[in-house]
Write a protein that binds this ligand. Structure first.
Ligand code: AMP
Length: 289
């Protein structure tokens, strides 16, 4: 696997791959089995003659001023080894200066110093209501990376459900010539969704973090046995998460496409949860069949 740090060098690589199918996995590093599964999926999409590209970039413009940008784990050597092991052909790992040469202070407040992508109405709710400017940062960096990598396929994880919805809309509305695919969330043995942020959890917090998966599973079981009352699922999930000492930011049944909260579930549904445990923010979701 080749590792590239600058945009001009990546463009040289991309020209050398001009006739190849390229599948792309963008990440912020601190990679785990969830990311590895995306690389393996990308490998399948690319086939024996295609290529898999991954990026590692901790994007400053999607972090709020009081969020964990500076302490976000950076483990480039281990990440590169994981990517190579799972069939990645090229890693693009640029610096913040390489990606944002015109921005001096990196944070969502300063993203207005440059051209950025308006993420639209899907981004005004849930994650973005709690992390204002987050999806402007996400859309802007993903569009930049798509313009650099120029993939045929963009491979992302269901773990960040709203991010998938916002980016799918961006790709459609801005006619980005890449097809977006969403792959299943990979979980720890007890059900906790794998996340780079799980390493912030103390042993005690790690044991309690499973409350999120248990609440989602409870609501999915209610739904399977005919429960369609969105408010009852919301209250039940919230109570189950809170009783293990997590602070719930949202725990709702929402329309799978519009993400509008259901009072009565009468269409495609996704359960969406965000909760804070100590100083660690965790999100998870479950699509109801
Ligand atoms: P991140 O590095 O957290 O920005 O995530 C990079 C990509 O990996 C995104 O598409 C995430 O949705 C995906 N991802 C993160 N955690 C998981 C997981 N547990 N299972 C599957 N995909 C994941």
């Amino acid at each position: 696997m080749q590792t590239i740090h600058t945009i001009p060098d990546f463009r040289v690589w991309r020209r050398s791959a001009a006739n190849k199918f390229v599948a792309f996995v963008p990440t912020m590093g601190a990679l785990h089995e969830g990311h590895a599964s995306l690389v393996r999926e990308a490998r399948k999409f690319a086939g024996p003659s295609g290529l898999v590209a991954a990026t590692i970039f901790v994007n400053p413009t999607q972090f709020g001023p009081s969020e964990d940008f500076s302490k976000y784990p950076r483990t480039l050597d281990a990440d590169a080894a994981l990517l190579a092991r799972n069939g990645c052909d090229v890693l693009f790992a640029p610096s913040a200066e390489e990606m944002y040469p015109s921005i001096r202070q990196f944070s969502v407040q300063h993203s207005t110093f440059s051209v950025s992508v308006d993420p639209g109405p899907l981004a005004n709710i849930l994650e973005d209501a709690i992390r204002p400017g987050h999806f402007r940062g996400v859309c802007t960096i993903v569009l930049k990376l798509l313009n650099i990598v120029q993939p045929h396929k963009l491979v992302m994880g269901q773990k960040d459900y709203q991010q998938n919805a916002v980016l799918r809309q961006m790709i459609r509305d801005l006619d980005v010539p890449a097809e977006h695919v969403m792959c299943p969330t990979i979980r720890e043995a007890d059900g906790l969704a794998m996340s780079s942020r799980n390493r912030y959890l103390s042993a005690d917090e790690r044991a309690r973090a499973v409350a999120i998966y248990e609440a989602l599973s409870w609501a999915a079981a209610q739904y399977a046995s005919g429960g369609r009352d969105g408010a009852a699922l919301k209250a039940g999930m919230t109570q189950r998460i809170q009783q293990r000492g997590l602070r719930v930011q949202y725990a709702i049944a929402a329309h799978a496409d519009t993400l509008a909260e259901y009072s009565t579930i009468d269409g495609p549904c996704v359960l969406l949860v965000a909760a804070v445990l100590g100083t660690t923010r965790l999100i998870d979701n479950m699509i109801l069949p």
